[in-house]
Design a protein around this ligand. Structure first.
Ligand code: NAD
Length: 308
C-alpha cells in the first residue's frame, strides 16, 4: 500500500441522493475502498416529485453484489436525524457525510413561484443542514469527521433561470466555511464541490458527445480525497468535472481608502471607482479577520474577531 493510499475500512459514510448520478458513483467508490455506506435516496423525479424506496435499495444491492457493505435509507434529507440514525443503527457511527441530494425547479425569476423557491432551498440548503446537523455531535465526540457540500457553478457565478438553485448552492459554501471554522479543532473538515457531470439533471441540456466526457467517475476522486483521513484542508471550494479539478477562492481588490473622520460622498467614491475595481495587488483573504483588519486600519482601531 503506497503512502497516500486512500482507504475507508471501518469508516461509515453517508451519501445523500446516492441512488442516481453522482451520488450513486460516490457510494460505489466508497464501498470499493472498504467503507460501510448509507445510501440515502428519496427516489423522486428530477424535479422532486414522488418517492420510491427501490432507488436507494438498488444501489445497495449493487454494492453488496460486488462484496461491499451498505444499507439503504429512503427518507428525505429534510429528515436528517433519520438518515443519520440509519448509520448509527447499522454501523454504530458516522465518519463522513456527502451532501449530494437535490433537484431542480428552474424558471426565470419573474415567473418563479414561491413553491419552486421553497422546495429548491429546502432540499439543497435545509437538507444539507439537517443531515450535517444530525451527524455533527457524533463527529465532535469522536474527534473525526468529514463533510462535503455540493454547490454548483450556478451558485458561484449565477445562471439564468436558476435563482432558487443558485441561492441555495452558494448558501452551502457559506455554511461550509463557517462549519470549517467550528469543526477544525474537533477534527471535522468541511469542503464544498461544484461538479459538472452527466446525470439525469444534465442529460436534457447537454448533447451526448459532451455527456460522454463528463463521467461521474471524474468527480468521485475529489470527494473520496476530501473525505479521507489523509486530507487536512478545510473550508475550500472546488470546481470539478471532465477530469479537471480547480480550487476557487475569494479575491479582494486593492480597495479605495477614505478618511473616516472626514467622511466622503457618492461623487468622491465615483471619482475613485477604479481603485475599488483594481485587482493589481489583490488579496486572497481566507477568513473574516483580514476584512476586519482592513476596516480597522482605516479607522485606526484594532478590530478583533468574536471568540472561537
Ligand atoms: N450533474 C451536474 O452537472 C451537477 C452540476 C452542479 C451541481 N450538481 C449537484 O450535484 C448533486 C447530484 O446531482 P446529479 O446530477 O447526480 O442528480 P441526480 O438527479 O442524478 O441525483 C440526485 C439524487 O438526489 C435524490 N434526491 C432528491 N431529493 C431528495 C431528498 N429530499 N432526499 C433524499 N434524496 C433526494 C434524487 O432522488 C436523486 O437520486 C445535486 O446536488 C446537484 O445539484 C450537479
Amino acid at each position: 500500500m503506497s503512502d497516500n493510499q486512500i482507504d475507508f475500512t471501518d469508516r461509515v459514510v453517508v451519501v445523500t441522493g446516492g441512488g442516481n448520478g453522482l451520488g450513486k458513483c460516490y457510494a460505489m467508490e466508497f464501498a470499493k475502498r472498504g467503507a460501510k455506506v448509507v445510501v440515502n435516496d428519496l427516489g423522486g423525479t428530477g424535479t422532486g416529485a414522488g418517492a420510491d424506496q427501490i432507488v436507494a435499495q438498488k444501489v445497495v444491492s449493487e454494492i453488496q453484489a460486488m462484496g461491499g457493505t451498505a444499507v439503504a435509507n429512503s427518507d428525505s434529507v429534510l429528515e436528517g436525524d433519520k438518515v443519520v440514525q440509519t448509520a448509527l443503527d447499522a454501523f454504530g457511527r458516522v465518519d463522513a457525510v456527502v451532501n449530494n441530494a437535490g433537484f431542480l425547479r428552474d424558471g426565470s425569476f419573474h415567473k418563479m413561484t414561491e413553491a419552486d423557491w421553497d422546495l429548491v432551498l429546502k432540499v439543497h440548503l435545509y437538507g444539507s443542514f439537517a443531515v450535517t446537523r444530525a451527524a455533527w455531535p457524533y463527529m465532535r465526540d469522536q474527534g473525526f469527521g468529514r463533510v462535503v457540500m455540493t454547490a454548483s457553478g450556478a451558485g458561484i457565478y449565477g445562471n439564468f433561470g436558476q435563482a432558487n438553485y443558485a441561492a441555495a448552492k452558494l448558501g452551502l459554501h457559506g455554511l461550509a466555511q463557517t462549519l470549517a471554522h467550528e469543526g477544525r479543532a474537533k477534527g471535522i473538515l468541511v469542503n464544498t464541490i461544484a461538479p459538472v457531470a452527466a446525470s439525469r439533471l444534465t442529460s436534457t441540456v447537454m448533447p451526448p458527445e459532451v455527456l460522454e466526457g463528463l463521467k461521474p467517475e471524474y468527480v468521485s476522486p475529489l470527494v473520496l480525497l476530501l473525505c479521507s483521513e489523509n486530507h487536512t484542508e478545510t473550508g475550500q471550494l472546488f470546481e470539478v468535472g471532465g477530469g479537471w479539478i480547480a480550487r476557487i477562492r475569494w479575491q479582494q481588490s486593492n480597495g479605495a481608502r477614505f478618511d473616516s473622520d472626514e467622511g466622503f460622498s457618492a461623487e468622491e467614491l465615483s471619482a475613485r471607482w477604479d481603485e475599488v475595481q483594481n485587482f493589481d495587488s489583490a488579496q486572497t483573504p481566507s477568513d473574516i479577520s483580514s476584512t476586519l483588519q482592513a476596516v480597522g486600519e482605516n479607522i485606526g482601531v484594532k478590530i478583533g474577531v468574536a471568540p472561537q
